[in-house]
Write a new protein. Structure first.
Length: 231
């Protein structure tokens, strides 16, 4: 069996997605281990979640650096020194500069609370309701040097109810988001994912559409693979 996948997590806040990854690693649901957590906010609760499990956790303050590039260089020098196989942005609320994203493009993913390409950016739950969407969800995507815009690997949809407000929608989505992240990371532990030319590759073949979380499983949308006409 391969060695466990080494995961670095970037988080700015609460860390519930980090907690879901940690639980799955401990339960052996993921053949992986979180090797470190990095934050741009010293007070991020996510850091404490790591520390109680003796996982190295550190924060760098953006205001201590001359510009975004300098902050990102320092952050990623540290992350790279830990030799991660996968870097998971789980509620990391800073835009990363193009150079660090490009240098890690096959190994860096983000979880975003919307069905991308709908609603990139902030306030996704209220924007989905305001737009009159009938469904909402979360997406895990490879990162590229543009906000919430990389190739989408997998999504989990939920219906928007007539009486939903942004808070109720966020609360209902969160457990689904955690399952989506763990199931997607499981594909990385089996070395099944990559991307090229804006398309996700699974087992080396381009995916026609993001995988969908259905009945607690990631399933391919049909048709599974892109036809040669869409490539
Ligand atoms: C999640 O909704 C995630 O999708 C978004 O920020 C939130 C972070 O939550 N990017 P948590 O810190 O993981 O609890």
């Amino acid at each position: 069996m391969d060695r466990p996948l080494r995961i670095a997590v970037l988080a700015s806040g609460r860390g519930s997605n980090l907690a879901a990854l940690l639980r799955a690693c401990v339960a052996d649901e993921l053949h992986a281990r979180v090797i470190g957590v990095w934050s741009d906010r010293p007070s991020a609760p996510a850091l404490d979640l790591a520390r109680v499990q003796n996982i190295p956790a550190q924060s760098l303050r953006p205001r201590d650096f001359i510009d975004r590039e300098a902050f990102d260089r320092a952050l990623f020098a540290d992350i790279d020194a830990a030799l991660p196989d996968l870097i998971v942005c789980a509620g990391f609320m800073r835009i990363l500069s193009a150079a660090v994203v490009a240098a890690h493009s096959q190994q860096m993913i983000n979880i975003h609370p919307s069905l991308l390409p709908r609603h990139p950016g902030l306030d996704t739950h209220s924007r989905a309701i305001a737009a009159g969407d009938s469904d909402h969800g979360a997406s895990v995507h490879f990162m590229i040097p543009a906000l919430d815009a990389g190739p989408v690997i997998a999504q989990t949809p939920i219906a928007i109810r007539a009486d939903d407000n942004p808070q109720s929608l966020a609360e209902r989505l969160l457990p689904a988001e955690h399952e989506l992240l763990v199931a997607t990371v499981a594909l990385f532990t089996r070395h099944r994912l990559g991307h090229t030319d804006g398309r996700v590759l699974i087992d080396g073949q381009p995916l026609a559409a993001p995988l969908q979380m259905i009945d607690d499983q990631l399933q391919p949308a049909s048709p599974i693979l892109a036809s040669s006409d869409d490539r």
